[in-house]
Design a binder for this molecule. Sequence first.
Ligand SMILES: Cc1ncc(COP(=O)(O)O)c(C=O)c1O
Length: 416
Amino acid sequence: MDLFDKLRVEQGDLGKFSHIKKKDYFMFPKLEGEIAPRMQFNGKEVLTWSLNNYLGLANHPEVRKVDADAAAKWGLAYPMGARMMSGNSVHHIELEERLAEFIEKESVMLLNYGYQGVLSIIDAVVDRKDVIVYDAESHACIIDGVRLHMGKRFVFPHNNIENLEKQLQRANKITEETGGGILVITEGVFGMSGNMGNLKDIVALKEKYNFRLFVDDAHGFGTMGKTGAGTGEEQCVQDGIDLYFSTFAKSMASIGAFVGGNKGVIEFLRHTVRSQIFAKSLPMALVVGALKRLELLKKNPELKDNLWKIVKALQSGLQKEGFDIGTTQSPVTPVLFKGGVGEGANMAMDLRENYNIFCSMVVYPVVPKDVIMIRLIPTAVHTLEDVEETVKAFAAVKHKLDAGVYQREEIVAITR
Ligand SMILES: Cc1ncc(COP(=O)(O)O)c(C=O)c1O
């Protein structure tokens, strides 16, 4: 058999709808124009609720200027090489210091990408004697990091502290024999449900069990906590988080990531995290751009206030119309419907085509087969009018869903 024979793209249930519109309608859609609540899709303006541009920094004039000036000054290559070899700079160090101050950790290390960073940190921290205990709804980067682990790993049902305690007892038995330690991994805010990780209760378990806690706060940094320092701050347990991770891909509207913790541990990571040692360091333009974003995030609390104004209006507006938004405690806003993938696709398409609302649809296996999840990400630059328009559109499509209008195998032209 030729190795490549099995390499076919299975587009899943959504794939069969691709021929109706352009190939890149549901998967790889092209949003065009400036990053903003209103962008172009398929040749017309749509109201977008799909971008993790929580604080609206992506197109902030000061950010755009600093990004452009830094690119002009440094180019995109500088500095060349891995951080450890020839890719370090005073600005990289400054950004780490500013981030460490902000998240109240002794030390911070920059990472090129969040995904590789998380995977590689897990790989660096544990060896075969150690045990990992992790939340079942963890992001792919955590799951893939756990896959690299040569020792035991135990999973606990999402946010189930009672079960986590059981897993800690199992882990403890093993580490007593191996002489290893325990790493618990969870998220600050879960990107699909919007639930916060139950950090307070997890940290409280440290009284009874000896473990270290790694929190991926990709969706919490900038959006949660009094100063925006994240979910640890929100739940007053930042000290109990041993490794605090976030990405620049969301509130910071850029590329890159970081991990913070005690000085000695971060120093260890600088020498052992393979995704950094064996990869080129973050370009200067991104580092200088991140310094600007962090400054704006800290100096302009109104960005987070605006975000939350929109979050509250959107979530309460949807709830008032009788929508199920699950158990979200964060800006992430899932809207849940009963129905199959086909119906969901019809509905998402109706929203795009006839109501000019662009949302992403989440399908099985992220949600059960008979659940349609449409996930909305509010941002600081949406307006209350945007919210009103969206809630109205959702009310209209729900009506059609309930009336069975979307129960067709194939999407046909849906008109208002
Ligand atoms: C929870 C979580 N962790 C990690 C990542 C990966 O971050 P990056 O985009 O910087 O690779 C993401 C997505 O961006 C995420 O949602």
